[in-house]
Ligand binder design. Structure first.
Ligand SMILES: Nc1ncnc2c1ncn2[C@@H]1O[C@H](COP(=O)(O)OP(=O)(O)OP(=O)(O)O)[C@@H](O)[C@H]1O
Length: 549
């Protein structure tokens, strides 16, 4: 059966390493010539019709799994093997491409002995799996790290996320894909806010190869913060994370879909795409950003920090949650109708030309620091004269600011998680190499570390998973409603940066500080409301690991 021959009408890209002739499951009358190369599974029906019409060539890059099986409790001596593919296919009704499931199942009955048929089926299933794993690991000529097989996954599903359909989506799409890929998973349905955070804070992580959420971005925010609250945070945050879109925004899911090189898709197609990437199990590093607020503990963020128009729309549209992602459109129109100006002070540490930024001690002296050295208290002898405070408020005496700051502590050091080497305490003046934005009237401030802010908002088109940048956007006051609407519409395809709008500023930074002036307002981190008031942030390049295909 295994004749190891070249198939004369193969694709010619690589030689056939395994060949067999089997019956097609579902149509036993049809026999097929099945050839396996290093890159493809080629199935050719042995009928009189012209060859090209009878041939299916499936790339092993698109294969999530292959298994051998037989029919229990029957006298049938045959064995079977089934391979599962999710190739990108052109849509029928609209332009674009989405992944669609193809199963190829074969019946092996050439031998009398059921055991011999089973062994042959297992040999094929193993060969398909091994070759598709090799194809997965080699992406763009680069060797990617891969989760072990089979991998054990904790899958946290928020039944309330989005339109409340995450569990149904799991049942309809994901369960089957995970079984096909032989991913062992334990399903945990979250029951209250912070349930996921508590679970991962206490979990025995040696039991899991990956922690995956099926929800909106809020549940991943909980998982990341839960991991970084552990005493063993350094090891814990290395646990590969995964996302399956089940919320209304699904920004990280849309970002990893975008990084995979795929074109925009609708929600259910995004779910299949992310399910496929999850089954492939390729792991990359992902940037995290530490966030300091006045009196709350330090937080970690994987997506965004927002103030002004976008934060308001996100939170004010919560009341339309039942209608899904359309809530953002309605929220945008409502807020546009009564456009607000947000007053505050914004400063940032730009990305240095050489790509490196100096680090500071708590006393603002520039040098590289060890975590232990950050345990110091801020010095009253700061050498930095051109500070955030004194450059913006010349009537505020530096001395009085300094006396305030000497009472503050470097709060990061008492907590688990990496120390922040670029940030002085929040109530202390900023170093001289920070840029202070001259304007103090804004329509919005948005710091992004991934490409998408929502499924249909490509905010930072050139962002990558671990570029080490905070992509800082702000829109100055004075923009007309119509110009703002045009910008927001352009964001859908990431065209806003080319729109030449004088009011929009985009820059790449390592750290930032925002000090809103109004006593009330909304600040969001990864779409979740946090304490309103002064806030600062620093990026930690590649701190987390994400299954991203
Ligand atoms: N069973 C539950 N009941 C109520 N809230 C929950 C439950 N499980 C999780 N949560 C909370 O729901 C909040 C929203 O979740 P999530 O962000 O994942 O969904 P979403 O808001 O619909 O999606 P998106 O952020 O994409 O808009 C999170 O803060 C999470 O803590």
């Amino acid at each position: 059966m295994d004749k190891r021959k070249s198939v004369p009408d193969g694709t010619g890209s690589s030689p056939v390493t395994l060949y067999g002739e089997f019956k097609l499951v579902g149509n036993r009358k049809v026999r097929c010539a099945v050839s396996l190369t290093e890159k493809e599974l080629i199935v050719q029906r042995l009928t009189a019709a012209p060859v090209e019409r009878n041939k299916v060539v499936l790339s092993l890059r698109d294969c999530v799994g292959c298994r051998a099986h037989h029919k229990d409790g029957t006298a049938d001596p045959a064995a079977y093997f089934s391979a599962y593919f999710y190739p990108p296919k052109r849509r029928w009704v609209s332009s674009g491409v989405s992944r669609q499931r193809i199963e190829q199942s074969f019946r092996l009955d050439a031998l009398q002995e059921p055991r011999a048929n089973q062994e042959e089926a297992e040999k094929w299933a193993r060969a398909v799996r091994e070759r598709s794993a090799r194809q997965r690991r080699l992406r763009d000529g680069m060797l990617m790290s891969e989760l072990p097989r089979p991998f054990r996954m904790m899958l946290l599903v928020n039944p309330q996320s989005g339109k409340g359909q995450a569990l149904t989506l799991y049942n309809n799409y994901i369960q089957q894909m995970l079984n096909e890929a032989n991913v062992q998973h334990t399903l945990i349905i979250t029951e209250w806010q912070n349930h996921a955070r508590e679970l991962v804070r206490e979990a025995d992580l040696s039991q899991w190869d990956a922690l995956v959420i099926m929800s909106g971005d809020g549940l991943l925010y909980e998982v990341i913060n839960g991991l970084l609250e552990r005493p063993d945070w350094e090891e814990a945050i290395r646990t590969p994370l995964g996302v399956l879109p089940g919320g209304s925004g699904n920004a990280l899911a849309a970002s990893i879909h975008h990084y995979s090189g795929a074109s925009p898709v609708c929600s259910e197609e995004l779910l299949v795409s992310c399910g496929f990437l999850l089954c492939k199990g390729l792991v990359s590093h992902m940037d995290l950003v530490s966030i300091h607020l006045s009196s709350s503990p330090r937080l970690f963020s994987f997506l965004s920090l927002a103030w002004g128009f976008i934060a308001d729309v996100d939170i004010e549209s919560e009341k339309y949650r039942h209608i899904g992602a359309v809530r953002f459109t309605i929220g945008t129109l409502v807020r546009l109708a009564s456009l607000r100006i947000y007053k505050g002070r914004l400063a940032y540490l730009p990305v240095a030309e050489d790509g490196n930024n100096r680090t500071i001690h708590c006393n603002n002296q520039a040098s590289s620091v060890s975590p232990a050295s950050l345990l110091c208290r801020p010095s009253s002898n700061s050498p930095c004269q051109n500070t955030f405070y004194n450059s913006c408020h010349s009537n505020n005496s530096l001395t009085s600011r300094r006396s305030e700051s000497t009472s503050s502590k470097c709060t990061t050091n008492a907590l688990p998680g990496p120390p922040d080497s670029l940030l002085p305490p929040l109530d202390q003046a900023l170093p001289s190499d920070w840029v202070v934005v001259q304007e103090e009237d804004f329509v919005l401030m948005l710091a992004m570390y991934q490409s998408h802010l929502a499924e249909d908002l490509l905010m930072a088109p050139d962002a990558t998973l671990n570029d080490g940048f905070i992509h800082l956007f702000y829109i100055r006051a004075g923009i007309s409603r119509i110009a703002l609407l045009r910008l927001l519409l352009a964001m859908e395809k990431g065209a806003h940066l080319a729109a030449n709008c004088q009011h929009l500023v985009h820059t790449k930074v390592r750290a930032l500080r925002l000090e809103p002036f109004s006593p009330k307002g909304i600040i969001t981190v990864d779409g979740e409301v946090v304490e309103y008031g002064p806030v600062q942030a620093e990026v930690h390049r590649g701190l987390a690991r994400l299954i991203s295909g």
